[in-house]
Each structure stands twice: as C-alpha cells, then as structure tokens.
Write a protein that binds this ligand. Structure first.
Ligand SMILES: [Cu+2]
Length: 125
C-alpha cells in the first residue's frame, strides 16, 4: 500500500466508526424512572422530532406512568404506539398525555410514532 491508499483506508475506517457511534451511542439519552411515594414510576418525556429521553428504564411489577409532553404540531408525532402493551394513543399538540402501564416481564419494548419513524425504548429490569 502506498501513502494515499493508507490515508483512504484510515478515512474509511474512521467514517465507519463515526457512523456506528452516531447511530448507536450519540443520540441515546437514558432516563431512569423516578418512583413516587405511591410506588408509581414516573417519567417525563418531551416529544419534538423524537422522544427525549428515548431510552427509559423502569422496574418490573410496578406501575409506570409515562408523561408525554408533545412540544410540536408536526403530524408525525401525533400518535404514540407501544405495541407490546397494546397501547395506541393520540398525543395532542402542546399538551401532556399520561400513559400508564404495568410491566410484568423484563425486556426491551419499543415505542414509536404512528408511522414507526420516531423511536424510543422502554427497558424493564
Ligand atoms: Cu411519525
């Protein structure tokens, strides 16, 4: 290999690394639920071009209340789906919508917008 080939190879490896980092690590914000005195696990989520935070950790067998505040009118985010819990909910713009569920088993469960474009994960431990 001459110098140019080495540079191109290193640039390619660097770019691949960046892409992997970008998709798997950079955009993830993990939040753990806060337990209230009543034993409810509460998490606030802002919906604006995505879910923030988009990774939510909760404990199993304790009720969870997800509080979605939709801070936009973009129709993409008007519907929320959590298929594993049979939840389909309208999220009115500039309002808070409470979604309650009881995780019975550990695992990772996706929540998405109605089109599956915006994505988040609920991690039950
Ligand atoms: Cu969408």
């Amino acid at each position: 290999m001459d110098t140019a080939e080495i540079i191109v190879t290193l640039a390619g490896v660097g770019l691949a690394g960046f892409v992997i980092w970008y998709f798997f690590f950079s955009t993830r914000q993990t939040a753990s639920a806060v337990s209230t005195s009543g034993g409810l696990q509460q998490v606030d989520i802002t919906v604006k071009g995505g879910y923030s935070p988009d990774v939510i950790e909760v404990e199993r067998d304790k009720p969870v209340q997800l509080s979605f505040y939709r801070d936009e009118e973009n129709s993409c985010s008007e519907e929320l789906l959590i298929p594993d819990f049979s939840i389909r909910r309208e999220l009115p713009a500039f309002k808070t919508t409470l979604v309650e569920l009881l995780p019975r088993q550990a695992g990772t469960f996706a929540f998405t917008c109605g089109m599956g474009m915006l994505r988040g994960r609920l991690i039950v431990k």
